[in-house]
Design a protein around this ligand. Structure first.
Ligand SMILES: Nc1ncnc2c1ncn2[C@@H]1O[C@H](COP(=O)(O)OP(=O)(O)OP(=O)(O)O)[C@@H](O)[C@H]1O
Length: 260
């Protein structure tokens, strides 16, 4: 089966700092892949190369066989790479629905005239996306009033406006309560499967990673040191050695033992 995303030999250095050194991996449509690693491992640099924000020094990024390296972020977005950020980026003075409409207007390349910018534009499509993320009942509310968990769901709807084939999620559950984390990741997984969309996410919460990822990759000092199922990666002695210092895998493992 051809991969949705095929990354080969990705390299990025900043005047002597080797942020990413020869990263290669593939991701299938519908797959949920986690990219984990200690602080400074190179996760953000990888993401920024994948969405065209940073140009790699070497390597190739193919989406459905098409080379993405060298394309500007907007073109990468148009070709089907969506992204959500750690800090939510919505317009707080607009309503929930308007935020999704703006994303749809941009996707459909419609110009937005100053007045009467068309409350009707893509309204049904916006409502469909809001229903998908469970926010349809809140369509009329100003974004500024939303609880954090709802903002994250709205952000997901906004990211889905360009019908991404691949969604990059930068620490999607940061700042959320544990129950909300589970709900957001469940929702993301259900949407990914329904739409056959690949998801690559970074995450510091190991419970989220082990519960929701189909596969996990571990980055350390710019190099991928492991890839496998959540169980394989958790048992990998090399990974444990890196993470034990931070207490991350240790915590997750102990919590698991505590509930058995
Ligand atoms: N613009 C830059 N200029 C110089 N060095 C950079 C730049 N961006 C990142 N780096 C360095 O590259 C390395 C990888 O950083 P990166 O932000 O990709 O790691 P990360 O895994 O995302 O970390 P975190 O989990 O803390 O966000 C670090 O040593 C960082 O200091």
């Amino acid at each position: 089966m051809n991969a949705l995303l095929e990354v080969k030999g990705l390299v990025k250095s900043y005047s002597g700092v080797h942020a990413v050194r020869g990263v290669s991996f593939s991701l299938q449509a519908g797959e949920i892949l986690a990219l984990i690693g200690p602080n400074g491992a190179g996760k953000s640099t990888c993401f920024n190369m994948l969405n065209g924000q940073i140009r790699p020094n070497a390597g190739s990024i193919r989406l459905n066989g098409e080379e993405m390296v060298g394309l500007p972020p907007r073109t990468v977005w148009r070709r089907g790479v969506g992204r959500t950020f750690q800090i939510t980026a919505t317009f707080s003075s607009m309503t929930v629905r308007e935020n999704v409409q703006v994303a749809l207007l941009s996707y459909h390349r419609r110009l937005w005239s100053v007045l009467g910018y068309a409350g009707a534009a893509h309204r049904e499509e916006a409502d469909d996306l809001l229903t998908l993320v469970g926010m349809d009942q809140q369509a009329e509310r100003p974004c500024g009033e939303l609880a954090y968990g709802d903002l994250k769901r709205l952000e997901l709807a906004v990211a889905l406006a360009n019908q991404p084939r691949l969604l990059l999620m930068d620490e999607p559950t940061a700042g959320m309560a544990p129950k909300e984390r589970v709900e957001l990741m469940r929702l993301t997984a259900a949407i990914a499967r329904k739409k056959d969309m690949g998801v690559l996410f970074t995450e510091h919460d190991m419970d989220v990673v082990f519960e929701h990822a189909d596969a996990v990759m571990v980055l350390n000092r710019g190099e991928l040191i492991a890839r496998g199922s959540p169980q394989e990666v958790r048992r990998d002695p090399h990974v444990q050695a890196i993470y034990l210092g931070e207490g991350l895998l240790y915590d997750a493992k102990h919590r698991e033992e505590a509930v058995q």
